[in-house]
Design a protein around this ligand. Structure first.
Ligand code: BGC
Length: 748
């Protein structure tokens, strides 16, 4: 008897091992009750109704135009309608007139705020403040769900190391760790802590590698190895899913020849089997159909089959599933079990969101939620924290008592639509406060406005009028950059200098001999090296959103000190792309070689003796990742580790004393970087593993204790497993990725 039992056990264990072991628990937090409801509903559905749930269409305008399809159960989700009255009518048709009364899932790109627009995600990342990012996402959810939107296509977790790529604006920049921490925070913010009617499903996108598009040209191919995917591009997605993201979007790109929407390895092996994701996978807009253009399938039927077999649950705008799945199931080409699995994932999300209980919104009350004072306040604080001070010769902060006449100039000084940045579908420019408006309100009668250039690409030969105005002013505030339309989706650039005659405007302003404070609003790090000598101070504000004006006025006049840090490397010239701080250690130039020493001395930077360089532009960027000045200064001292050697399951306790050595309060983003000296693979020169914001009064010192689990040093090594490889490491605690003295430790 015992032997038979053992034999059965053995068979069971072997079977489990063959399937890769037990499946992880639900990532979306489903319950047996939810599953029961999903199963009961599924059991009642016809094949056609099931496939209808898998169909998402863009359905703006009169709901009557879609009534027949909604009533017939042929649409599971819509996007791009935001009017609460119309959305209620859409839901009424679905709930009251369709056979099973399944509500629609209503989606929208609520990317950095809904009506109240926050800084672009790259700016939010510059705050290094996940709690603030979460607060902003919660506010976006409050505003959007009040109108009936229960699903946002955000956060975008694509690592972006090429500023030519316009969508760098939409993500958290170049770093895996920062991207993951921001991603988790945004997921938590959108979805909230409970499934009430303000919960907006998050969608981690674009899965995966989309930010590595060749040449920074949007939609282009990527060639990322499995190791590169696992060590750099996948961790933010895994973090977002662990934080409970209900949905995920496939990307447009093909990686090494396989379009993401048909990529079983990433969508099944990794996402479902390794991570246990039991949420909903949606295609990007017609990304199923684009597989025909990729030459990966001959027609819509073929690509629909590819997508369903890869585990894609919902088709956004290809009409591939709705047109072909039924016939393929009937012909036995596609299994009905694949359809059932997809529909389960969709219904699970609808049940969790409480859509069956609360399909409608109080349309009349929706307006009161928009632009609430607390929302505007949070948007202002985020804009303040997101601005990065890149240069200051002492001109900032300005003393309001000393500058009587202020010249405001430049194409972004009064650009209420453009300062909102990309993806501000619902932000209304009438609610934007521009720098000009904020400064006029604060200093009535003291502001002269001469635009100099009315838009960024404008070309001018002479700037007589604005230079004459500069001569009469006590200070020149010039707002430069790029309009919203120059970054974002399908808006890649090959030249990253300030466009048009903006650099010439800045040079002309300098010739007037008055202090010049430049602010750049842009969707990416532009190459501004040639502009730095022509201003006394430069604030990089990315696109700061609705409250950008008051935030910048507060920074410039010193109510708040800048605390943002670069979430991406600023390059000297576009030819340096790609250049990012956590590049691998190379074999050349050799450590300590004279040529390298010269380049380092010239750049005032330290390379760890391990990088390659250009003859004309050297080895370094303009500003490293993590860089940013304040109106005060900080000193790091008495750096220490609690141990010289750690077990693989141990915790590194790193400490230092941080002192505010300046004359006013300020906030420092303390960053911890680690280097794995010898690995089974070549390893990055440094990797961010921890950061925190610390506010200190003038002269104040604080002992900081930071914990880094040794397991955070794990990576996917040569043998294809993820682990911490024992050996020697270095650790830095510093204010950017290029500073500080290394501490040494080992892992045994
Ligand atoms: C974008 C997605 C977006 C979708 C829906 C696509 O073009 O790539 O990020 O969510 O459109 O608007």
């Amino acid at each position: 008897m015992k032997t038979i039992r053992n034999l059965i056990l053995l068979v069971l264990v072997a079977a489990a091992a063959a399937c890769g072991g037990p499946r992880p628990a639900s990532t979306v937090g489903t319950t047996p009750d939810v599953e029961r409801r999903v199963d009961q509903l599924l059991a009642k559905m016809t094949l056609s109704e099931k496939i209808g749930q898998m169909n998402q269409i863009s359905a703006g305008g009169d709901p009557a135009n879609y009534a027949e399809a909604v009533r017939g159960g042929q649409i599971g989700s819509i996007l791009n309608e935001v009017d609460p009255v119309r959305l209620n009518e859409f839901q009424r048709i679905a709930v009251e007139e369709s056979r099973l009364g399944i509500p629609l899932l209503v989606g929208r790109d609520v990317i950095h705020g809904f009506h109240t627009v926050f800084p672009i995600p790259l700016g939010i990342a510059a705050t290094f403040d996940p709690a603030l990012a979460e607060e902003g996402a919660r506010i976006a959810a409050l505003e959007a769900t009040a109108q009936g939107i229960r699903w946002t296509f955000s956060p975008m977790l694509d690592i972006a190391r090429d500023p030519r790529w316009g969508r760098m604006a939409e993500g958290s920049g170049e770093d895996t760790w920062l991207d993951a921490r921001m991603g988790e925070a945004l997921v938590r913010g959108y979805q909230g802590t409970q499934w009430d009617t303000t919960a907006m499903a998050a969608c981690v996108k674009h899965f995966v590698g989309y930010g590595a598009a060749e040449g920074g040209r949007d939609y282009n191919s990527t060639f990322l190895s499995e190791r590169q995917l696992r060590n750099v591009y996948l961790p933010p997605f895994e973090a977002g899913i662990k934080a409970g993201a209900l949905t995920l979007m496939t990307s447009f790109n093909d990686n090494d020849g396989v379009p993401s929407t048909a990529n079983r390895f990433i969508l099944k092996d990794i996402l479902r089997d390794e991570w246990g994701f039991d949420g909903l996978v949606v295609t990007d807009w017609n990304s199923m159909g684009e597989m025909i253009s990729h030459g990966y399938g001959a027609d819509r039927k073929e690509v629909a089959q590819e997508a369903i077999e890869a585990g894609v649950d919902m088709d956004m705008m290809t009409y591939g599933y709705i047109s072909h799945l039924e016939e393929m199931v009937r012909a036995g080409v596609v299994k009905e079990s694949a359809i059932d699995a997809a529909v389960r994932n969709i219904l699970r999300v609808k049940v969790l969101l409480g859509l069956f209980e609360h399909p409608y919104v109080a349309a009349a009350a929706a307006a009161a939620v928009q632009y609430a004072p607390a929302h505007l306040d949070a948007a202002r604080r985020t804009a303040e924290e997101s601005a990065v001070l890149l240069k200051n010769d002492g001109v900032l902060p300005l003393d309001p008592a000393r500058v009587r006449t202020i010249l405001v100039t430049g194409p972004m000084a009064d650009a209420p639509h453009d300062q909102l940045g990309t993806w501000a579908f619902d932000g209304q420019k009438e609610h934007t406060v521009t720098p000009l408006a904020a400064l006029r309100e604060r200093f009535p009668g003291r502001v002269t406005y001469v635009p100099g250039l009315t838009y960024s690409r404008q070309k001018r030969d002479r700037f007589d009028e604005v230079v004459a105005a500069a001569r009469k002013a006590d200070v020149v505030l010039v707002f430069l950059g790029e309009e919203a339309i120059l970054s974002g989706e399908a808006h890649s650039l090959a030249d990253l200098n300030l466009k048009g005659s903006q650099s010439e405007l800045l040079a002309a302003l300098k010739s007037a001999g008055k202090p010049v404070v430049a602010t750049v609003m842009a969707g990416r790090p532009l190459t501004i090296e040639r502009d730095l000598p022509n201003c006394g101070a430069l604030l990089y504000a990315f696109h700061p959103g609705t409250m950008g004006g008051p935030a910048l006025a507060n920074l410039i006049f010193g109510d708040v000190a800048p605390s943002g840090k670069t979430p991406v490397t600023f390059l000297r010239t576009v030819g340096q792309v790609p250049m990012y701080y956590s590049h691998n250690m190379t074999g050349r130039p050799y450590r300590g070689e004279t040529l390298l020493d010269d380049i380092e001395a010239e750049a005032g930077q330290t390379s760890l003796g391990n990088t390659s360089y250009y003859l004309d532009y050297g080895a370094y960027p303009l500003f490293p990742f993590g860089y940013g000045l304040s109106y005060t200064s900080f000193a790091y001292s008495d750096l220490a580790l609690d141990n010289a050697s750690y077990a693989q399951d141990g915790v590194i306790r790193a400490s230092c004393t941080l002192t505010n050595t300046g004359a006013r309060e300020g906030t420092e983003v303390v960053q911890v970087y680690v280097r794995d000296l010898v690995g089974s693979l070549t390893r990055p020169v440094k990797e961010l593993k921890h950061f925190e914001r610390v506010t200190l009064q003038a002269g104040e010192s604080r002992r900081l204790e930071m914990e880094i689990p040794v397991s955070d040093l794990a990576f996917w090594g040569l043998d294809g497993t993820k682990k911490v490889e024992p050996g020697d490491f270095q650790l830095w605690i510093a204010g950017d990725s290029n500073s500080g003295e290394a501490l040494s430790f080992s892992v045994r």
